[in-house]
Design a protein around this ligand. Structure first.
Ligand code: GAR
Length: 216
């Protein structure tokens, strides 16, 4: 049985689209059942509807600081669709600790940096200001702290001296679109094991790949 997944978005939804595309494969262990946006104008909603996926808008603005009130409505939508796993894809709303605890081990997020470096806003600007030579993207389980939690998968890219936040973002997003479906595949097929604050992957080892920058 495929695991039932909801993707939560606030914007363009390119990670959402990558997950939807991957889930079309007959052997993918998860099915994207619903896309939920906290903004009615999120561009991703149209893309999801065009793929025949149920779209739901729960505007968060009217709830203001009442996060629990918003989450009550969200949880009801998740229940209605029998959702077992959540993927956050550029979902720009913070959760209460209670909500993240209720979904612990069943809710993934993607962030465009090699966490724990550069959480929060402007991760590419942070990376450039720090002068790192490698950056990338991280899929992790969601915990109460923003852009933190057991790391499921990471992908790295080189950073060039003349990179801007825009050029770096463009390189990192291609990695995001590769690793998010793979991370969901691992979770949905039961290959992820939480051990304390760490996530281990059943039946996978290190690769010999290396990435060195700048090129010597
Ligand atoms: C992605 O780059 C994602 O990693 C980032 O928002 C973007 C959403 O793009 N998420 C975060 O920064 C979370 N802190 P998308 O709507 O095209 O997937």
């Amino acid at each position: 049985m495929k695991r039932r997944v909801a993707i939560l978005i606030s914007g363009r939804g390119s990670n959402m689209a990558a997950l939807i595309e991957a889930a079309k494969a007959a052997d993918f262990p998860a099915e994207i059942v619903a896309v939920i946006s906290n903004r009615a104008d999120a561009a991703g909603l149209e893309k999801a509807a065009a793929s025949g996926i149920a779209t739901i808008v729960i505007e968060s603005k009217p709830f203001g600081k009442d996060r629990a009130g918003f989450e009550k409505v969200l949880q009801a939508a998740l229940d209605r669709h029998g959702i077992e796993l959540i993927c956050l894809g550029g979902f720009m709303r913070l959760f209460t600790a209670e909500f993240t605890r209720a979904w612990y081990g069943r809710m993934l997020n993607i962030h465009p940096s090699l966490l724990p470096s550069f959480p929060g806003l402007d991760p590419h600007g942070q990376a450039l200001r720090a002068g790192v030579k490698l950056s990338g993207a991280t899929v992790h389980f969601v915990i109460p702290e923003t852009d933190a939690g057991p790391i499921v998968m990471q992908g790295a890219v080189t950073v060039a001296d003349d990179d801007t936040a825009e050029t770096l973002a463009a390189r990192v997003i291609t990695i995001e679109h590769r690793i998010y479906p793979e991370a969901l595949r691992l979770l949905a097929s039961g290959r992820l094991k939480l051990e304390g604050d760490l996530c281990k992957t059943v039946g996978s080892g290190a690769t010999d790949d290396t990435l060195i920058a700048p090129a010597p």
